[in-house]
Design a binder for this molecule. Structure first.
Ligand code: NAD
Length: 329
């Protein structure tokens, strides 16, 4: 079986080559993303393996089907970038990695909070330039602050428990409440109440039509002045133009994002010698209280190992005609 692996970096190849066991399965690595322009590269393959910024929409799937692709294997949990209905209509199976090291993402969300708050990134640069002053480096104690968590699945629940360890009051909103979290002292509230009461809001729900732009001018207007917003989930949970307005008016005191609404053309690329093709991200970068990372929350050794092993098992299960336990139905 031949699999075209899209959006690969050297580290993806290293992990695939380290953990692959079946020598009958051939992986061909493409650095380019999969989209309707690149879909013709899949001629002669039976499956594709894709990541968060591959655009597997209906146009792409049509070409995949024409080329005889039978399997789309996602190397991630979120599947908002794949038109599942279009794949189903063409009898293409879609599998994913539903769970891998929720600690990786939850801990990165905490890293964003601590960095924005205690400004260690600024202190690092200052001290390298011989500036040992503390002016403007003042932070706040996390202990006693109220943290609002939107989405308490695997990552959100892990994040709740870490923040409890800091001595925060943790409140949450989810369509499905977790009894386990409730019994450990997490308080579920209506979404608007979480927006009103939190000092820090962290997003851990998937991107769906319902959650798209959940952070917008209206929801921002409910929040405390100086709110800290953290997004390690999916970029389009935040309306970028609205958050820029919120930062300009100082409603938003801190913004930490690992994901960005238009990240496909920017993230995972070295654009240091290029003209960055996105004015909104340039505006975001210009704020002193915004911290952006390039969709790296998942990027730990443990998570990479789990993603690779599960993806390889998904592909082997398909090849052997076994039940696909990680199929998106
Ligand atoms: P999960 O499925 O375990 O949890 C998602 C939770 O969101 C569920 O409890 C669900 O009930 C809840 N939810 C669904 N719709 C909601 C709504 N309208 N309002 C509030 N809550 C809602 O998923 P997970 O593994 O915890 O991952 C969460 C998200 O993190 C993923 O969807 C993905 O987008 C993102 N993610 C990002 C990275 C990264 O590297 N930045 C890595 C992995 C996952």
């Amino acid at each position: 079986m031949k699999i075209a692996v899209f959006s690969t970096k050297t580290y993806d190849q290293e992990y695939f080559e380290r953990y692959k066991t079946n020598t009958d399965t051939e992986f061909v690595y493409f650095e380019t993303a999969l989209n309707h322009h690149t879909a013709n590269l899949t001629s002669g393959f039976e499956g594709v393996c894709v990541f968060v910024n591959d655009k597997v929409d209906e146009d792409t799937i049509q070409v995949l089907a024409q080329n005889g692709i039978k399997l789309i294997a996602l190397r991630c949990a979120g599947f908002n970038n794949v038109d599942i209905k279009a794949a189903k209509e063409r009898q293409i199976k879609v599998v994913r990695v539903p769970a891998y090291s929720p600690e990786a993402v939850a801990e990165h969300a905490v890293a964003l909070i601590l960095t924005l708050n205690r400004k260690t990134h600024k202190a690092y640069n200052r001290i390298r330039e011989g500036n040992f002053s503390l002016n403007r480096l003042i932070g706040f104690n996390l202990h006693g602050k109220t943290v609002g968590v939107i989405g308490t699945g695997k990552i959100g629940a892990t994040f709740c428990n870490i923040m409890k360890g800091f001595g925060c009051k943790v409140m949450a909103y989810d369509k499905y409440e977790s009894d386990e979290l409730k019994s450990s002292g997490i308080e579920y509230k209506a979404l608007e109440e979480v927006f009103k009461e939190a000092d820090i809001i962290s997003l851990h729900c998937p991107l769906t039509p319902e959650t798209k732009h959940i952070i917008n001018t209206r929801s921002l207007s409910l929040m405390k002045d100086g709110i800290m917003i953290i997004n390690t989930s999916r970029g389009a949970l935040i309306n970028t133009a609205d958050i820029i307005e919120g930062l300009s008016s100082r409603k938003v005191g801190y913004l930490g994002i690992d994901v960005y609404e238009q990240e496909e053309t920017i993230f995972y690329k070295d654009l240091s010698e290029s003209i960055i093709p996105d004015d909104l991200i340039l505006r975001l970068i210009s704020f002193p209280n915004v911290l952006i990372t390039s969709h790296q929350a998942y990027f730990t050794k443990e998570a990479m190992e789990q993603i690779t092993k599960t993806t390889l098992t998904n592909i082997e299960d398909f090849k052997e005609g076994k039940h696909l336990k990680n199929e998106i139905l």
